[in-house]
Write a new protein. Sequence first.
Length: 88
Amino acid sequence: VTIACAHLAAKRTAVPRLIESLRNKLTPRELQCLELLCDGKSNGVMAQVLGISEGTVEFHLRKLYDKLKVTTRYQAMAAGLQLLQSYA
């Protein structure tokens, strides 16, 4: 329950600011993947929504993780929140 609440709070407040702060550093597709990732979508769902293969989603996520200097989807969200705190 705590994780779900934290996810919801982050989605409502931090995610829009995170995406704005990274807008110039990420490609449009990486931004789309980040938004879907923050919505809790699986790679399969991301692929369907974006009209691309799961392999292509994984490629974009790897590039995103490289830019955020993380290795997992959970770390990507945590890194984004940490990035936001450094701008505050």
